[in-house]
Design a protein around this ligand. Sequence first.
Ligand SMILES: *Cc1c(COP(=O)(O)O)cnc(C)c1O
Length: 432
Amino acid sequence: MNYYSLNKRAPISSFANAVIKGLAPDRGLYFPEDIKPLPKSFFDTIDNKSYETIAYEAIQQFVDPEIPQDILKQIVKETLSFDFPVVQINDSISTLELFHGPTMAFKDVGARFMARCLGHFNKDNNEEVTVLVATSGDTGGAVANGFLGVKGVNVVILYPSGKVSDIQEKQLTTLGQNIRALEVDGVFDDCQDMVKKAFLDDSITSKMQLTSANSINVARWLPQLFYFMFAYKQLHKQHDDIVFVVPSGNFGNICAGMVAQQLGLPVKHFVAANNANHVVTTYLENEAYEPQPTTATISNAMDVGNPSNFVRIQEIYGHDFERLKNNLSSYHYTDDETRSAMLELYQKYDYVADPHGAVGYLGCKDYLEANPNAHCVFLETAHPVKFLDVVENTIGQRVPIPEQIKTVIDKEKVATKIKSYQELKSFLLSTI
Ligand SMILES: *Cc1c(COP(=O)(O)O)cnc(C)c1O
């Protein structure tokens, strides 16, 4: 598969180049040249296929011919070494739990897949690649874990001091080896700005190959399409009109679902569930796309004022506003509404949701009001333990700490404090 830049001013790229570079030279996001629908038999026989087979067959065209089949099979197998259960909430609402991976956030799949692709492309290469990533919480942990020990790849994670949860901080500062954490005196936007500046800084990029590990990278974005197929496999016998309600920040996850739909997955509709950061809700109302500064919320992985994958969504629907509106709705909610939803889920259905999942649940309720015959699946994107204080204070119950979190809590944090871009630059040039 070849990829083109959505800014249309860069050469066509191979999959390998798109993964290694992250962004095209014209600063555009890469997009697959041609998405071929899977044969109907793929969906007819989905009950007989394992998750690994589903994933392998769905992703193959996007990496072909650069990753040989046997290696791709191995990459998929290692990526998917945990469960993706659908849990029924009531007759009209289910949730797809995406938090059973090593860092208990849905980003594990994308990070693990990308790390293994990069490891494969780098195996005969003497030049190391440095993954530079800013995180507001979950990305850092998933990337650190996914890339741990991958040969030829260094990882540098910037996170805002005091602004990520204790567990999230431990997940990204305790691994060692090829993973380094920079604790930035500032907010997430400061981290993000420093990373962007580094990518544009010749004095750095002439000395090292930098790449990103957020959902602008095709190898982190595309494997997320597996989730929608896994949910379909579990639900299609009981329900016809499946609607996916996706708690969205950079819109990578929901956009991957739309790629699954392009591959032929029967999806009735998508709903983007948002917090106070709701440029897309507004866009669908009045066709005016106006990026905003981010507003801090309790569902902080969705605190994004200018979702990077929105351009990919527009490309999928041919920049046709009506077509997009036929496939996508969006609702947004306040923190108080989110807390009430967490409490309702707990009291009415005995289900403990994290704040992001709770926003998804609210999206289901609103969509069902107008479309009572649909079956809504909200994606539960993080384990409630990742947002322990909010969850425990809201439901008035302790959340048991899972094993994979316990092991990290006792480890010692190692991070380098930085205040300025200059300090990031000297760190990269002297340490890596
Ligand atoms: C990253 C993240 C999201 C948002 O996903 P996007 O692909 O950026 O839309 C939602 N919930 C959680 C818990 C996340 O970590």
